[in-house]
Design a protein around this ligand. Structure first.
Ligand code: NAP
Length: 281
């Protein structure tokens, strides 16, 4: 590792990241799209993946024109069991070296567990848990070898507070990603490969409409919401500083702090009561 790289753990320079490549999953909308904009603005080349090819192509062209970086769209479905394998093969065949990874693609399955299909839950686990684990496993050795890597796992405030009725596996999947991120950070920090679990609260994206709960969550006041750009900026800044967990937004930080103080049964009751207004049965 060069001395310059060693300094990167506490503060990256544009010069250091310029020309490196970041892979962002779920880049066709919301937080992933905002991450693509942040990375490109900092001088990174980007690989953009999601299912909607036209959106990825339009974003790639926009970022190339605006920031003079290279942008590669790769459209595929991460719910497919061979999705990650295909993605890694595509990256390899184009000769790309991935130094930054944002595991962001995601969606919610509305409703109580017993009333949902196993197919929906299985796809959910594939996209939210298995794919990020597999992708990280494929890309991490190269990052360690090169002595540089930045990984953001987009989790959620939901992973830091009690589970809710409805969206049954959501909190569990995000708690998983938070613990996974912490272990990765501790294992690889010495090799200058930093991992951050990014925990946004409500964020203006397509997420809630896709899950069919857009109308319900819109009842939450302005103070509860962040923009996708704010979330992505906080995530980028956090991983460059080597922070293990980044909670986004004042209200989210208050909720997380309060839930840590309360006894579990009381925290569970409070979250259950509040979540009735935005979680579908
Ligand atoms: N919005 C919030 O309030 C909020 C809060 C906390 C955490 N988060 C987390 O933030 C992340 C991004 O969500 P968002 O809010 O930005 O939602 P969004 O606007 O709906 O974007 C979701 C992205 O994931 C992609 N995606 C979904 N299923 C996929 C699949 N099977 N294969 C490949 N890509 C897939 C979508 O692309 P295609 O449809 O084109 O495939 C899209 O690019 C998620 O992990 C979510 O859990 C969101």
């Amino acid at each position: 590792m060069t001395p310059k790289m060693a300094q990167d753990v506490t503060g990256m320079t544009t010069e250091t990241v310029s020309g490196r490549t970041a892979l962002i999953t779920g880049a066709s909308a919301g937080i992933g799209k905002a991450f693509a904009e942040v990375f490109a603005a900092k001088g990174w080349n980007v690989v953009l993946t999601a299912r909607r090819a036209e959106r990825l192509e339009a974003l790639a062209s926009e970022l190339v024109a605006k920031h003079g970086i290279a942008a590669t769209p790769i459209a595929l479905d991460l719910a497919a069991p061979d999705g990650v394998q295909r993605l890694v093969a595509e990256i390899g065949s184009r000769g790309l070296t991935i130094d930054g990874l944002v595991n962001n693609a995601g969606f919610g399955v509305a409703g109580y567990y017993a009333r949902t299909s196993w197919k929906a839950q299985k796809d959910f686990l594939q996209v939210m848990v298995a794919a990020p684990c597999e992708l990280t496993h494929a890309l991490l050795p190269g990052m360690i070898e090169r002595g540089f890597g930045r990984i953001v796992n987009v989790a959620s405030v939901a992973g830091l507070i009690p589970g809710t009725p409805g969206h049954t596996l959501y909190a569990a999947s995000k708690a998983f990603m938070i613990k996974f991120s912490e272990s990765l950070l501790l294992e690889n920090r010495g090799a200058n490969v930093l991992t951050t679990a990014l925990c946004p609260g409500f964020t203006h994206t397509e997420f809630h409409d896709v899950a069919g709960v857009g109308k319900r969550v819109s009842k939450f006041g302005k103070a509860w919401w962040n923009t996708a750009a704010e979330v992505a900026e906080a995530g980028y800044d956090g991983v460059m500083r080597g922070r293990s967990i980044v909670v986004v937004g004042r209200r989210s930080k208050q909720v997380v702090a309060l839930m840590k103080l309360l006894p579990e049964p009381l925290a569970l009751r409070m979250v259950a009561g509040r979540s009735r207004s935005f979680r579908a049965e």
